[in-house]
Ligand binder design. Structure first.
Ligand code: M6R
Length: 364
């Protein structure tokens, strides 16, 4: 049931503070500010490498997690879209962990990747939203995302619950590998506990975003830029927009701008710059400068500190509260979803059931 919402997607976006809190409560010991995962059939301290395979939005959750595993656990990660992973016959290390991520747990390519990894003798961990799914059944260990049923074809709450689960897993890996001190673990867990409140603040940008969507609905192309964990967010923003509004959009690592996409900049195409005030903020700002110098239309998504430091004129600046860099992807996902949603509503498309798409892709 949609309740008071016009679409399932709207309902599911607004459920995020609650379902993410639920998912986090499952993996964290809030009182002691530590992670608490179910017992794992492998030892993170002895793992050589992680390989991740998933499709679409679940793949972008995996891309974010790669940054986390490398930073917080000093654990090397390779990641592929499942349709490539399953056929490229990658050699996998003797003591390797394979992670697959899927809302439905039935995506054909993701399932085939899991089976390939089994053949290669990997430990198999699945982050899945549907607990009775094939992928959940075939993995050695399942970390459920507690998003509840997701009806809208565009994935929203499943994505942020995947991020919550993977963040807890990365912190657990960091602890097991001795890469994080007790103090560091505590501050990361503390940051995660803040997420539902931050998500509510992000949802309150809805009115401003609705306004912005009116001009978005008139454009042909949109470019999304970000660095670090904001790079997968840029990819996710572009996917969400094209899926439900049918407007062409591309996500790029901001540093790639001058290697091609800068040629697209004109006074018509909006450029969404995702830039929390983190370690790569200044670098992203200089890319934004390059866009501004060519008369580009800039929509800046940042935080209070970032908004103070950004000296350029933008068409719009959406400001979130300052937050720990670990949790930025979970919170920044919301304005990105809202922008796609409101644009699609202005365009009058079928938001929950966009053309040509299925909720679960069970054939390759
Ligand atoms: O069920 P899964 O998470 O395995 O699905 C993967 C993709 O098909 C899915 O995320 C798709 O990209 C969504 N429609 C994105 O909104």
């Amino acid at each position: 049931e949609k309740g008071n919402f016009r679409h399932f997607m709207a309902k599911e976006m607004h459920e995020q503070p609650e379902v993410v809190a639920h998912t986090l409560a499952h993996y964290l010991d809030m009182a002691n500010e530590t992670v608490q995962l179910p017992e794992l059939p492998f030892d993170f301290a002895r793992l050589e490498r992680v390989s991740i395979a998933a499709c679409g939005t679940a793949y972008y959750a995996g891309l974010v997690a790669k940054y986390w595993f490398e930073r917080f656990a000093r654990l090397p990660v390779e990641i592929d879209v499942a349709s490539e992973f399953r056929y490229r016959e990658a050699p996998l290390p003797a003591n390797g962990l394979s992670i697959v991520i899927s809302q439905s747990g039935e995506t054909a390519d993701t399932l085939a990747s899991l089976r390939y990894a089994r053949q290669e003798g990997q430990h198999l961990l699945a982050v899945v939203n549907v607990p009775t799914s094939t992928i959940a059944r075939e993995a050695d260990v399942v970390l459920p995302t507690l998003a509840g049923p997701e009806i809208g074809v565009a994935s929203t709450k499943a994505f942020t619950c995947q991020l919550a689960t993977l963040a807890a897993l990365a912190v657990a890996a960091g602890r097991a590998r001795g890469a994080l001190s007790t103090e560091e673990e505590r501050s990361l867990v503390h940051a995660l506990v803040e997420v539902p409140r931050l998500m509510n603040e992000a949802l309150s940008l809805g009115g401003d975003i609705e306004h912005l969507a009116r001009s978005f609905a008139k454009t042909q192309d949109v470019l999304y830029l970000g660095r670090g964990t904001s790079f997968p967010l840029a990819l996710e923003g572009a996917l969400k927009l094209k899926e439900i509004s049918y407007i062409h959009a591309e996500g790029y690592a901001a540093g790639e701008l001058k290697h091609g996409p800068i040629a697209l900049i004109d006074e018509k195409m909006p450029v969404v710059v995702i830039a929390p005030h983190d370690a790569v903020f200044e670098k992203t700002m200089s890319n934004m400068q390059e866009v501004a110098a060519r008369g580009g239309r800039i929509i800046l998504l940042t935080d209070t500190s970032g908004a103070q430091k950004a000296s350029l004129e933008t068409e719009a600046t959406l400001v979130l509260p300052d937050m720990h860099p670990l949790v930025a992807p979970l919170v920044y996902a919301i304005p990105i979803q809202l922008l796609a949603y409101h644009t699609a509503v202005v365009m009058g498309t079928d938001v929950d059931q966009p053309r040509n798409l299925a909720k679960s892709v069970t054939v390759e």
